[in-house]
Design a binder for this molecule. Structure first.
Ligand SMILES: [Mg+2]
Length: 379
């Protein structure tokens, strides 16, 4: 056996499950709360085996089988090698591979990923990142957004974000922005995520002015297309006071840094499924050197470990919470010792960082096997 863990085998289980009461409003690509609807979700429970007897495990959102033959036989600790070889062009695959490599590195050294990264934060301030605006029930009117913000405040959250799309009327978005601030008072940080929904600069500006009026913490991905127009966003920043958060919809670390240095954003988004932990730590260091904060997209064990090792980051995103439906429940099924969800914060509005080697996660393989709809083994 070599003195490093050599990758010997990759096992991929495609897991399919159904989220109830989630669907697409007519003519919309964005899913939201629709009572009675069903939405299929699919992810890939992936295991990377090594000759050291250590197995890297993570539920990733891409099928890495097309790079499995490239991975097998290589040193699983050489994350920079894989970063160099696999990020020549954008794609989801590197991020998925990188998560498995970090789990192996942690387990091989007997440390958590947080520890390997030099992590020091044990608790992470968390915002409730609510589901897309709906057509009925909670999050379908300005008042229902305000009701849910208040509910989250009562649970213990110190910050709350809305995604008012795909509600088509701009005035609905503006009314929700103002109604929430009126309801929760000045002690809660509020964020708006347009998800690049607004089609014109003028609409983005109108909403930005409402964010100014309601003293929002950030205005995320304001408008078409993917936030990639550096001049347009630089102009938007000249017109409004609310800081912009951009970078979720551009793919490479260098593109994200370009948004910072061109003056197109205030905060930058870190996207672990795309850039991996390896790329996200590069972005965090670049942002820090430029005096900018990085905010990590989405929730999960990797997000927690990574944020624990970044000083210039403010909030963990407890994403897609809703007053009437528990969306995170379906992914929580895979874990035996971990959960995200509306109620999964402490009295200070914070979450913890899992302990134990690697990501410190134990999986419920009985449930995973029962939801498996396809399996690939490459060795
Ligand atoms: Mg976003």
């Amino acid at each position: 056996m070599a003195s490093f863990p050599t990758i010997t085998k990759i096992e991929i289980q495609q897991v399919s499950t159904v989220m109830k009461d989630i669907g697409n409003p007519p003519g919309q690509v964005s899913a939201t709360y629709i009572p009675g609807a069903e939405r299929n979700i699919r992810f890939y429970m992936t295991r990377m085996f090594t000759d050291a007897g250590i197995v890297g495990e993570y539920a990733v959102n891409s099928d890495i089988s097309n790079v499995a033959e490239f991975l097998i036989g290589r040193n699983a600790l050489e994350r920079e090698f894989f970063y160099n070889e696999m990020t020549r062009y954008p794609g989801n695959v590197f991020g998925s591979v990188d998560l498995l490599l970090w789990d192996i590195a942690g387990k091989y050294s007997g440390q958590s990923v947080s520890q390997l990264l030099g992590g020091y934060r044990k608790r992470l301030p968390t915002y409730a990142s609510s589901m897309n605006g709906g057509v009925s029930g909670g999050l379908s009117t300005p008042e229902s957004f305000a009701d849910f913000a208040q509910q989250c405040q009562e649970i213990g959250y110190n910050a709350f974000k809305i995604h008012p799309y795909p509600r088509p009327k701009l005035q609905d978005h503006i009314d929700a922005i103002l109604a929430i601030r009126d309801r929760v008072g000045d002690d809660m940080d509020l964020m708006l995520d347009s998800f690049c929904f607004y089609r014109t600069f003028a609409d983005a500006l109108k909403v930005g002015r409402a964010c100014d009026e309601a003293n929002y913490y950030w205005y995320e991905d304001p408008y078409f297309e993917g936030g990639s127009a550096e001049l347009g966003h630089r102009k938007l920043r000249e017109f409004i006071d609310t800081p912009l958060l951009q970078g979720e919809k551009v793919f490479s670390v260098q593109q994200k840094v370009n948004l910072i240095v061109s003056g197109a954003t205030d905060f930058v988004r870190g996207t672990i499924p795309m850039n991996g932990i390896t790329g996200t730590m590069k972005l965090a260091a670049a942002a820090e050197a430029l005096g900018i904060d990085i905010e990590i997209h989405g929730c999960g064990p990797a997000q927690r470990h990574t944020m624990s090792a970044i000083g210039n980051s403010n909030y963990y995103e407890m994403v897609w919470v809703h007053p009437d439906v528990e969306c995170l429940q379906m992914t929580n099924h895979i874990y035996a010792n971990y959960a995200d969800g509306l109620e999964e914060i402490d009295a200070n509005g914070e979450v913890d960082v899992p302990e134990g080697p690697g990501f410190g996660i134990e999986y419920d393989w009985k449930w995973i096997d029962s939801a498996t709809t396809g399996k690939k083994v490459i060795q």
